[in-house]
Design a protein around this ligand. Sequence first.
Ligand code: NCD
Length: 301
Amino acid sequence: MPDQPRHLLDIDCLDDSDLHGLIDRACALAGGAQPQVLDRTVTNLFFEPSTRTRISFELAASRLGMRVINMELDRSSTAKGEGLEDTVATLAAMGVDCIVFRHADNGRCRGLVDAGKIVPALINAGEGTTAHPSQALLDAATLRSRGMELSGLRLAIIGDVRHSRVAASGLALWSRLGVEEVRLAGPEGMMPEDLPLAGVRHCRNLEEAVADVDVIMMLRVQRERIDRAGWPDPEHYHRQWGLQSAHLEHARPGCVVMHPGPINRGMEIAAEVADGEHSLILEQVRMGVFMRMAIFEWVFA
Ligand code: NCD
């Protein structure tokens, strides 16, 4: 049995030194540190649409000198019905060293690793509603790179928490980083089913959630994971749960607003807030490339 490669399946597979090492390294790379050169091949295997995650993994790989293959699923044997395990084994046999993987179902990454076949290093780039570790890590690096001390932060995560893999990985990460307080808020049908969550404060409305926080993380309403009957009216949602400029007055001075994107403008967040001076949304995208460089370096360390 060949040595198992390193995988990034979720936040829990990282120990504390990995977590801090990845955040520090992403910040160092953003500050101009010399990247490693990796003579490796990576395949992007995305079963769900993506703009920023896929392209930032691609850019990160090319900044490290890696070869990148973007698999076009509709023109590959997947379209002929080839199973996932066979596709992955085929890529491994051709010498692909790493697969960046996104899928709508939970547990696919773990299933591939546990199936026991030869798998290249796997990076979970967003899976179902449970895990999106690189997004949580880049969010932490974005805050750190602004000089914010993570352990002292009060942070509110607001919106469609139930269907958000960003929130799931975020909750796993923020507790590990020892933030002062994590609050969750959202419409009843979009809050996690297994409430209360340990160590998390639940808020009934947006005003309560943002009061005196340092970081407001808004979540996209996940249209593709909600059946039509449960899809909220955008204007109604915006009135109750959409972040507007007036809300920021209740947060701590200098508070920042985050959103993993893509944004439903005018639904979970007003355009003036998304584009306003408190917004870190494009900074998250920028840091995403550095975090993914750090992740590739870690995978092949
Ligand atoms: C997230 C995703 O796809 O999981 N976006 C992202 O990766 N930047 C969040 C979302 O789609 O809402």
